[in-house]
Design a protein around this ligand. Structure first.
Ligand code: DX5
Ligand code: ZN
Length: 223
């Protein structure tokens, strides 16, 4: 199953409730929420209080992407705010296992993310403990950047590795994904697709999402 996750980072922040309605009615199931602290990445976005308010606007799956240093300090807050899935960066913490435990004991799905410079091997020890791996396809921090195609080699490696071991994990890709390159990601084995500028930047998000789904269906992972 392919899930499309519009990233709120490219929405009009003065009108978030309507922006969310727009992408939900356009057929997206997930809402990707990029939390940045100005330390782990050179940008600051929003935190748990904003997510708490947005939770009242929609039943979409809240896919919270934490780009913050030592995320363990805030897992409780994001859980309380209504996250369905919390993804943190392997590079952002001393003890990833502790963070995984902190998320899972709240019965929230857990994802682990790696930036383009991080080798994929480093996530392998955690695969059995997480629901999802997020392979960044741009350097985290900003929307609207171009996809780095070589990151998709990590997706392919990981999908094959998980399949060989009978592990059913989600693989999410994030950064620079659009209608004309989503096929590269799904062919490599990604099944949760983040798209910020491509969806929120369009006047016709429904047609973008449908186009993405069609391209994804025509280009499945084949091993
Ligand atoms: C970047 C964020 C992304 C970003 C994607 O650090 O994690 O989620 O919003 O935006 P696009 O799809 O425009 O690259
Ligand atoms: Zn993101």
């Amino acid at each position: 199953m392919i899930y499309i996750a519009p990233s709120l980072l490219s929405a009009d922040f003065s009108d978030l409730a309507n922006e969310i309605r727009r992408v939900s009615e356009a057929g997206a199931q997930y809402l990707h929420l990029d939390v940045m602290d100005g330390e782990f990445v050179p940008n600051i976005t929003f935190g748990a209080p904003v997510i708490t308010s947005l939770r009242r606007c929609t039943g979409m799956v809240f896919d919270v992407h934490l780009m913050i240093r030592e995320p363990i300090r805030y897992i409780k807050d994001f859980a309380k705010a209504g996250a369905d899935l919390i993804t943190f960066h392997l590079e952002s913490c001393q003890d990833p296992r502790k963070v995984i435990r902190e998320i899972r004991e709240r019965e929230i799905r857990c994802g682990i993310a790696i930036s383009p410079a991080t080798p994929v091997d480093l996530v392998l020890p955690y695969l059995e403990e997480v629901d999802m791996v997020l392979i960044m396809t741009v350097v985290p921090g900003f929307g609207g950047q171009a996809l780095i195609p070589s990151c998709l080699d990590k997706v392919r490696f990981l999908r094959r590795y998980a399949d060989r071991r009978g592990l059913t994990i989600d693989i999410e890709v994030d950064g620079g994904i659009k209608e004309d390159n989503i096929a590269l990601a799904t062919e490599a084995g990604a099944n949760v697709i983040v798209a910020g500028s491509a969806i929120f930047g369009s006047k016709k998000p429904r047609s973008v999402i449908e186009g993405m789904r069609k391209a994804a269906a025509e280009h499945p992972f084949r091993g």
